[in-house]
Design a protein around this ligand. Structure first.
Ligand code: ASP
Ligand code: MG
Length: 420
């Protein structure tokens, strides 16, 4: 059995949904679990709905939701003939659920409402696509993934109850009705034991797909994207970026850690644990080979370049010129934990520490204000963090031409340079 994951960009138009059907057609003799994201920018649009609702702007929330509704109904109309009515009925049930909620006044925390509203994006997309594939004789079973993915109630970043979910997932796959070998379901969402919807963090569909692959012992996971495969740099920034045809799990974990926007970081572990290979393939041209990520050690990788923008360097200095010994460091790590700031780079010296982090307004302020209880704090904004795995000196020199280096760290494998 194979697991496929299609992201929002691969289902953002009638043409692309037809293209998805053409891909599935090529694999119709396989057993498939297909995980699909919300269409295009639907998740962002739903975020706006819930923000308006929570700000007490009920009419605006309803209007914004109306736009989402119409987009989905229009897509369904273009795609469906014989299966339109069945689909519209199901879509309307999802619409009604959200509208009921929007008519209430918010009494709970924002994140709770966020999950109840935002989860509908994937329910709508999978509903339309499932009906369309059935209409095209690609017989499939639609599943509400909230019936099997059980999570805690840490809304917007829910943790999966592994044992319960594994049991339910296996059952769902086993009871797939006769004559069907395709299961269609949602990524990114789950539910608590009180049947409240939850989400697993933005871009979480890759992770759901990896969970399915793990729990069902799939032969492979394929992530269908709008790029050729995994590249050694962002092609938007580096037009001569090259495809990497083979990578190993650890390398991808490293790349994600340094900020490469390849695959959701939580995706790799469930696959690595069971040695399930992952393919990254192009939905625009499925004949391209793409990238395979697996256990094998790979020699001779090209330099892999990641640039993180909007970086902030925080200079912390002890107030009394005392050394940055274990006590101040312990306190500093306490602040990281409390403010949930993840440092991208740390450089420590005798009486001070420099920390590079993403410049996210609220978090940065929180961090700086807590740190200022203990240290003298200075902020340096507007920096860029360049990371090169498997670097060579010639490339580093070229990349740094005309740039003012603020901080540099290197190991045998990786160089990191913070510059202006
Ligand atoms: N639809 C969700 C998002 O846009 C999840 C995903 O696409 O992976 O974040
Ligand atoms: Mg997406």
């Amino acid at each position: 059995m194979k697991v496929f994951k299609f992201g929002g960009a691969s289902v953002n138009s009638v043409e692309r949904i037809k293209n998805l059907a053409a891909i599935v057609e090529q694999y119709k003799d396989d057993q498939l679990v297909i995980i699909i994201s919300a269409m295009g920018k639907t998740t962002n649009a739903l975020e706006k709905v819930v923000e308006a609702f929570y700000a007490g702007k009920k009419e605006e929330a309803l209007q914004l939701f109306e736009i989402v509704k119409n987009q989905h109904l229009t897509t369904a109309k273009y795609l469906l003939v014989t299966h339109y009515n069945g689909c519209a009925e199901q879509l309307n049930d999802f619409f009604t659920e959200v509208e009921w909620l929007l008519h209430d006044k918010p009494v709970r925390e924002f994140d709770y409402y966020y999950d109840q509203v935002v989860c509908v994006g994937e329910l709508l997309s999978t509903c339309i696509i499932s009906h369309f594939l059935n209409q095209e004789k690609l017989k499939n079973q639609w599943l509400d993934v909230r019936d099997i993915i059980r999570t805690d109630d840490n809304f917007r970043d829910a943790g999966v109850d592994w044992n319960y979910t594994a049991e339910k997932t296996t059952q769902a796959w086993a009871s797939l009705s006769a004559g069907k070998n395709i299961l269609i379901t949602q990524g990114f969402i789950g539910s608590t034991d009180e049947n409240e919807s939850t989400t697993l963090g933005r871009e979480g569909s890759d992770y759901t797909a990896a969970l399915f692959a793990n729990m069902l012992n799939a032969e492979s996971l394929t992530i269908w994207k709008d790029v050729e495969g995994v590249m050694n740099a962002d092609p938007k920034q580096f037009p001569d970026a090259q495809l990497i045809s083979e990578l190993n799990f650890n390398e991808v974990i490293e790349m994600a850690f340094y900020g490469a926007q390849v695959i959701h970081p939580k995706t790799i572990k469930p696959l690595q644990n069971k040695g399930i290979p992952m393919y990254v393939k192009c939905f625009l041209d499925p004949s391209l080979p793409g990238t395979v990520i697996h256990k094998k050690n790979i020699k001779g990788l090209p330099p892999i370049i990641v640039i993180k923008e909007k970086q902030l360097l925080v200079h912390l200095n002890s107030r009394d010129f005392s050394f940055m010994g274990e006590e101040p460091m312990r306190q500093l790590y306490g602040i990281f934990a409390q403010t949930r700031v993840r440092p991208n780079l740390i450089q420590s010296g005798a009486i001070g520490v420099q920390i590079c982090m993403d410049d996210k307004q609220d978090k940065t302020d929180q961090f700086a204000s807590q740190a200022s209880n203990l240290f003298d704090v200075q902020l340096e904004k507007g920096l860029h963090l360049l990371t090169i795995r498997h670097y060579n000196e010639a490339l580093v020199t070229k990349m740094l031409e005309g740039k003012e280096v603020v901080l540099m760290q290197k190991t045998k494998e990786t160089i990191q340079i913070l510059y202006k």
